[in-house]
Design a protein around this ligand. Sequence first.
Ligand code: GLU
Length: 443
Amino acid sequence: MSYIENVLEQLEQKNPGQPEFIQAASEVLNSLKPVFERHPEFEQAALLERITEPERVVMFRVPWVDDNGNVQVNRGMRVEYNSAIGPYKGGLRLHPSVNLGIIKFLGFEQIFKNALTTLPMGGGKGGSDFDPKGKSDMEVMRFCQSFMTELCKHIGPNTDVPAGDIGTGAREIGYMFGQYKRIRNEFTGVLTGKGLEWGGSCTRTEATGYGLVYIVNEYLKSKGENFDGKTVTISGSGNVAIYAVQKAQQLGAKVVTVSDSTGWVYDKNGIDVALLQQIKEQERGRISEYAERKSGVEYHEGRGVWQIPCDIALPCATQNELLIDDAKQLIANGCKIVAEGANMPTTLEATQELQQNGVVFLPGKAANAGGVAVSGLEMSQNSERLSWTCEEVDAKLKTIMKNIFAQIDSAAKEYDCEGDYVKGANIAGFMKVAKAMMAQGIV
Ligand code: GLU
């Protein structure tokens, strides 16, 4: 049995009931075979055993009182995965599906994603099974304050800097920041995704969606093409999806779908971003309302955006939302590019199916790195106590996405798998962290 197979087998034994974590780890480790052939010193240093084991996991009780005076208890956690190249960095997911396996998969991916941004950030992730949907603002505030009362003991601007993810937006970051500042009596850049008036960065909200479109554009440019006239399907309707729709349309594409956990819409005339923002950002409403307010739009319950013919598909909802049958349908409909705006939205077998049938596949850890990249820029602005203009941040984001594409493209070429951006991203991200870990000794 090879070193990599052996480590994967041990991982499965040690982490029962964590299928998403095993999925993410298998994809990365299986990509690294050629790296370990060239670098036997990595095996001697037990690099894979170390990199798959989080440096620290904190799990804690989050008690809060709902509007009816009832005591509620949620579970909070933070996985501080790897600090070889910088403070732990990554979002906080608030969703009923959150468990340790999900947060570990996200934290593990974050290590390599953050390395690809070229900024000094380690990998971490956290969250809770608390569901902000259907809760009042005061309930969300009480939850966030209780969550931060414990979390503040473990984080800091040079230690661990959380941010948003599914269920954690500007409102939640605000309540958490307020509580951190109150307990520590410190105004520091301990969280990113802050409001623009109190230390946030311009373009942070848009960054993941914009970055996704920028990296696809880099690929298109390398083939002498662009977005003009292309049909794009997008899943999700959170900040990643909304700003991917906006940027793709600014570049001349027509985006025809968006979705949420209840259903999806097909708008053959192109999604109206202002209406989408009104429903999702202002009203926190359902996507069915989009079809109710705009004529000529189809609404369907359940899932189904991948059956709509497109040139480019951008899954921006959540993990494992693009399955093998969806991949087959996309191929049959002539889709040329799939780029992941969400974290691990494509299953392993769907990814393989797409790649084997000539669909260009840009994996999340490269394609959705724009969000955490601008978080890194927010940290820089907080350190120098300045705030940069939107033009400056957007220009830096573009440069970072261009650079990520160059890194994953050249790593794939260097390791004889040209055009395989899954391997390219895993190898390029891993090499940076591996070199840092080797230099820092057995820690
Ligand atoms: N949650 C985002 C991600 O998956 C952003 C994390 C951050 O800004 O720290 O990368």
